[in-house]
Ligand binder design. Structure first.
Ligand code: GAR
Length: 195
């Protein structure tokens, strides 16, 4: 059984979808812990599902490296096979990425390499494209630049707001994320050859 740690910053709707998938007895992965870089609303999902959680507030540390060291210490307690960044809105320090690479994946609300970064939905809208998408990637040292594991197009509708478009992307992200975690757990996706 693949053990998974999920890191979030926000509402955790993708986390919740993963928690729901993972409680099914046939799902080949288990979420062992949920972590956040702040007092994220999404931590409530972990509590509801009886999954341990922790918060390592970014702002409590002088440097990204110090924050990353504490995050790494918290993760080590659970020895996860896989770390899922599910709306974690912080770059991990390179040392933490190196420690877990290639067993760290990230979900992103755009069709990478289009529109990387913290505002993938906003940037797609602002550029006037007629379609964007969702991607699940392996995390590397760059910003949303790692190998792509799964992605799918999502149309931009006339009059879309950032919120409306994001809400249409999220169900696609959830499906891709669940499929990728399942694929990693069954061995259908080999992160070492994907990277
Ligand atoms: C998701 O759309 C995720 O892809 C995005 O934040 C949202 C989190 O939603 N992440 C990024 O933009 C990272 N660059 P959620 O907290 O409701 O799951």
């Amino acid at each position: 059984m693949l053990t998974v740690a999920v890191l979030i910053s926000g509402a955790g709707s993708n986390l919740r979808a993963l928690l729901e998938a993972a409680r099914h007895p046939d799902f080949p992965a288990r979420i062992v812990v949920v972590g956040a870089d702040r007092d994220a609303d999404g931590l409530a999902h972990a509590e509801e599902f009886g999954i341990p959680s922790f918060s390592v507030p970014f702002r409590a540390f002088a440097t990204r490296d110090e924050w990353g060291e504490e995050l790494g210490r918290q993760l080590e307690v659970w020895s996860p096979d896989l770390i899922v960044l599910s709306g974690l809105m912080r770059l991990l320090p390179a040392s933490l990425v190196a420690r877990y690479s290639p067993h760290i994946i990230n979900t992103h609300p755009a069709y990478l390499p289009e529109f990387p970064g913290a505002h993938g939905v906003r940037d797609a809208l602002a550029s006037g494209v007629t379609e964007t998408g969702a991607s699940v990637i392996v995390v590397d040292d760059g910003v949303d630049s790692g190998p792509i594991l799964a992605q799918e197009r999502v149309p931009v509708h006339p009059g879309d707001t950032e919120h409306r478009l994001h809400e249409r992307i999220k169900p696609v992200e959830r499906r891709l994320l669940i499929d990728v975690v399942r694929g990693i757990a069954t061995g259908d996706i080999d992160l070492k050859t994907a990277s």
